[in-house]
Structures are given as structure tokens and as C-alpha cells.
Design a protein around this ligand. Sequence first.
Ligand code: FES
Length: 265
Amino acid sequence: MSSTTKATAGRARIAARTLRTDNWWRAPLVQATVLTVLLGYVVVRLFMRQWYWVAEYNYLTPLYSPCISSSCTPGSTHFGTIFGDLPVWIPLPIVVFPVLLGFRGTCYYYRKAVYRSILQSPTACGVAEPAPRYRGESRFFLFMNWHRFFFYLASLLLLINTYDAALSFFPPGGFGFGLGSIILVVNVLLLWGYTLGCHACRHIVGGKLKHFSRNPLRYAMWNRISKLNARHMQFAWASLVSVTLTDVYVMAVSAGWISDLRIVG
Ligand code: FES
């Protein structure tokens, strides 16, 4: 053992931030960049208050679903209005955004990504963090324990997104669909893959059981969820990008920048 390691009770005292020589900084840098850009985009969209609904094809962006204020564009309030008119400084998705932010922000995978890429705690294995003391998920970060509750709320929103996607096949003129409907469906599938693969969901389905053999249905569901759970990181990124792209498409059609590619009807 070297003299530097003897001097510390916990971690080795090494002057260099890391002895790693590989590109350990690349993944955190990419993650921080993508997360910042996507979060910035979403915040801008939340305050735009327009181009979130295409009445002609029943396209509603997932960022504004459900729209439950009297300020929402007529036709986009599929579940009625709970709030009256909202001042311009309050985003119309006043319920949606906190739930989605809470769900993703407390997700086990995103926690790892954010701790590494943005908080740098630590940036990578074998790389010293800038903070003098490691406090773990204590104090303010205790709200991370609410993840399972956000899971329930996000699942509810996802059921609504699924309804929205189905509704896009029944525009005012009768059955028909276009590229927008397909984008909405793919987005919902990716969101289900992400949500069902949640660690909290896996525990709800298969946890607290002493004998799987006595609960064959839960065991079968747990097996399938475990497969999604093994790809949770991939679903986390794919669904985040798909929500953004779905919103971009609905915005572009709603604003009249492009026409929806109609396949039937
Ligand atoms: S752990 Fe990622 S959504 Fe629950």
C-alpha cells in the first residue's frame, strides 16, 4: 500500500484528478449536451401556447396532453377543463410537465446520467469529483424516493397519450391516418417500453413474493418487465427523443410549415 492511501480513511489521495487515459469524459459530455438542449427545447415549447393541436387530424402533442384549461385551443381539451383561463406566465401543461419532470428526474437511469454528466458526482469511475464531500442522496435529494409515486402519475398520463394516439385515427371526417398518427403510435410504444421497464414497476409486479411458483401470472409479467428493464437506458433515450420529435412534427403541421403525409383518408 502506498503512503498516499494510508493517509486517508476512505478514498485514496491522488493529486491527479484521474489516472484514466481513455476518453472517460466523452459520454458525460454528450449526455449533458443532449439533456440541456432537449430540456431547453421543452421549456420554450411549454410557454409557446400555440401549435400543439391539429384539429383537422386530431393530433395533440404529448407535451400538452391532457390540456385541461379554458385557455386551451377548442377541441384539444379531450378531458374537459379543470382550470379556467391561465395567465400567460403559467404554462398550459401545468400538470403534465411537473409529473414528467418528476418521473424522469427521479428515474434510476437518469439519476446516474445527471449525476455523472451535469453534477459530476462523480463524472466517471475512477475520476475524482469536484465537491469536497460526497453526501449521496441526502437532504434535498431525498425526494428521489418519490419515484414510485411519479410512476403511477406518469402511467396515468401515458394512458391519456395512448388515447390521443388512437384518436388520431378518427379525425372529424371519419377513419383515416397519416404520418402523424404513426409518429404518435411509435412514440406511445417507446413510452410504454420506458415506463413498464421502470425499476419501481418491476418491483410492484414481482416484489414481496416469497414463491414465484405460487404466482405464475405475476412471474410471467415480471419476466417480461425484466426484459424491458434490461434495456431501460435505451428506452429512456429513445422515448425522450421521440417525445421531442413528435412535438416537432405536430408543431410543424399545426403551424402550416409542412403538410401531414396522409396515408388513408
Ligand atoms: S427507474 Fe427509470 S422510470 Fe423508473
